[in-house]
Design a protein around this ligand. Sequence first.
Ligand SMILES: NC(=O)c1ccc[n+]([C@@H]2O[C@H](COP(=O)([O-])OP(=O)(O)OC[C@H]3O[C@@H](n4cnc5c(N)ncnc54)[C@H](OP(=O)(O)O)[C@@H]3O)[C@@H](O)[C@H]2O)c1
Length: 320
Amino acid sequence: MPTDADFAILDEDLPAPAVGQVIAKVDTLSVDAWIRTTLSDAGMHTTEPLGSTIRAFGVGQVIESASEKLAVGDWVYGQLKAQTFALAADEELTKVEPEEGIEPSAFVGALGITTGLTAWVGLIAVGEVQKGDVVVVSGAAGAVGSCVVQLAKARGAYVIGIAGGPHKCSYLIDELGADAAIDYKQGGVKEQLAKAAPNGIDVFFDNVGGDILDSVLDNLRPTGGARVVICGAISQYQHLDDVQGPKLYLRLAERNASMRGFVVSHHANRWPEASSEISQLLRSGAMKLPEHVVSTVDQFPEALMMLFNGKHIGNLVVKP
Ligand SMILES: NC(=O)c1ccc[n+]([C@@H]2O[C@H](COP(=O)([O-])OP(=O)(O)OC[C@H]3O[C@@H](n4cnc5c(N)ncnc54)[C@H](OP(=O)(O)O)[C@@H]3O)[C@@H](O)[C@H]2O)c1
């Protein structure tokens, strides 16, 4: 687990933007689990060199521009990193259009590539969820998980969320509309799943890996066709050189099931469809993503560690 002592806060002067560059004032940064993997030399998403600025997706507003594509006042999304102001080439940024009912921070939340679009791609493009499916989501009270629960409900599935603690389980049922919730910290996940889904599970959206993955494999629908979607495995990110794989993978063969991983960037052709469905759900009030806001940028390391101790609900963001 990283500690505060591993990070430093530096003050630096920014040069004026060169041709094709802008300076954006960072509004909201998304604190995502993949960032942890860039701080390890086993790097699953490449390793950040020591001394560099921590990578993070964010939204911000252009305050200086030497670009023909982006003007002062434009809202932009991209790799703004853990800092208060970002100097970036216009081609690295995407212009976004906040509107009534859709705040700028939604572009790192329900409409964010690593949050809502990840949920949509995993559940719909990869998991091929159908009306009436029994869907199980791990890490269900987090950013991606909260979106998966609501998208699965919107598609007519029966949804069971797995999260740590009674408060998160109440959130899943009372706030997000999940049909059932399992507190993995109480133990007995396999037995609790057997009770909640007596005929078996059709789709498992896995954010956590480890023992939870095995517990679900043991409860896949016996009559066949279940889809296990590997989105992530946050229980393994502190020891990527010694990952615990599924012991019960033979259930896939026994139950004529499949397991498939994905990375959201490989499905960019589906993002417009995903954004359109999510925007509609946001505007109609059928979907929401609460933010857990940490201020200011010097709290970024602490926020990153919160992902691993489960202290947030919904989308964890830093407002620099
Ligand atoms: N495939 C892709 O393209 C893609 C893109 C983006 C994100 N992801 C993956 O999506 C997952 C969710 O990311 P996120 O940014 O939305 O994070 P998040 O779910 O908001 O936060 C992580 C949550 O994981 C749970 N957790 C942490 N350690 C755990 C453990 N040992 N066992 C069980 N639960 C644990 C904690 O909740 P509890 O309190 O419930 O323990 C924590 O709140 C991650 O695995 C990430 O790598 C994949």
